[in-house]
Design a protein around this ligand. Sequence first.
Ligand code: AMP
Ligand code: MG
Length: 433
Amino acid sequence: METNQANQEFQSDFLSVTDARQAIADLVTSSYESSGMHLRKETLPLHQCLGRILASDLLSPIDVPAHDNSAMDGYAFNSSELSDDRQDLALTIIGTLHAGQTEMPTVKSGQCIKIMTGALMPTTCDTVVPQEFTKTLSNGLVSFSSDVVRAGENRRLRGEDLQSGKAAILQGRILRPADLGLAASLGIHQLEVYQRTKVAILSSGNELCDIHESLAPGKIFDSNRYSLRACIERLGMEVIDCGIVRDNPDNLRKAFITAAQTADVIISSGGVSVGEADFTKQMMEELGEVGFWKIAMRPGRPMAFGSLKPSSSKSTPTVFFGLPGNPVAVMVTFYQFVRNALLQLNGAKWVEIPLIPVRSAVGIRKKSGRTEFQRGILFQDDRGQWAVKTTGSQGAGILRSMSEANCFIILHHDQGNIEPGDWVDVEIFDGLL
Ligand code: AMP
Ligand code: MG
């Protein structure tokens, strides 16, 4: 009787994607705030920092630019030479300044100096007239009209981009190529980043076969550990591969206890659907606080989430995600729920992925009351405009659909059928930088 009630409870309310995200964010925030364990720091040479998360604000040790300098190739002069009446003026060229040159001739009234982009501005000059607006005269003079340049133009001021002592990159930034270039431009050769979150992965299922074994009848290759591992490594985190675990309470218990000792997070796939989840559920009640959810989404309905109690050697709980077994559902739930949580646990601040509206080239059947994550292909139509179509059959086991897709088409909870030409939101798989 009690089991029936529990089952009914398990099958009852569907959680919306939004509520599931919120519940995960809340738990992550509380475990993140209650312990510094996930946020160990390390200092690395700049070239090893790509994709890592900055652990403290990077303060600029210098003004950028360090000196007033020219933004153009042209002639530097004092703006008091300019007149209001659009007249041509002619100035005597007293020399040339190249970038990197520190010897500064004095530019007096009636004079100018030829200057290259990046060259330091002489103290008596405040304006640069770009070369293309000027005419050199035979007698060592240059002439240009007063209305082609205004006082102060084409000069970069010392500290205009960044002042010494000000933050150049904020703590929590996932470091991208431009950030590393920016740090280098400040003469910084190492950065303090957070140590990588350790994520244990395991696949549960009696039907699973390792890719190094030959496929026995009725078995399937375990693909989830390979897609999951790659998803986690893409986030710059460390993977602990706990292999395939057979569907029985003792094996699973052992595997979870071992993983919880070393990992900050455990991600399993399979074994959380109705029926199968019964013993996983009992076991999880022993090991920690884990909720078994049915989420109003497709693919990826069942999911378990919570924290496992620390072992004696570990003071912080291990965050646990029990993802569904279907290969597409694993990747969808990873990107929709786990990604942000992992980044947050690793100290990252900027994690949102933009939703971009695009016209659907095809009609898509969709029931309202659940969120769907269809696999989409963004392409240029006959008129050269970007549109999206689905990859075809959307079964949760068809991993080829993820492989062929270049975006998720996100059909929101309340959305119904999509007609050709309707706007849909997409999330693009690949970022540029
Ligand atoms: P489950 O959630 O355990 O009921 O699994 C749902 C479906 O996903 C079943 O068809 C499983 O065979 C398949 N599946 C589960 N785990 C994996 C895995 N690691 N690799 C590939 N397919 C899997
Ligand atoms: Mg299973």
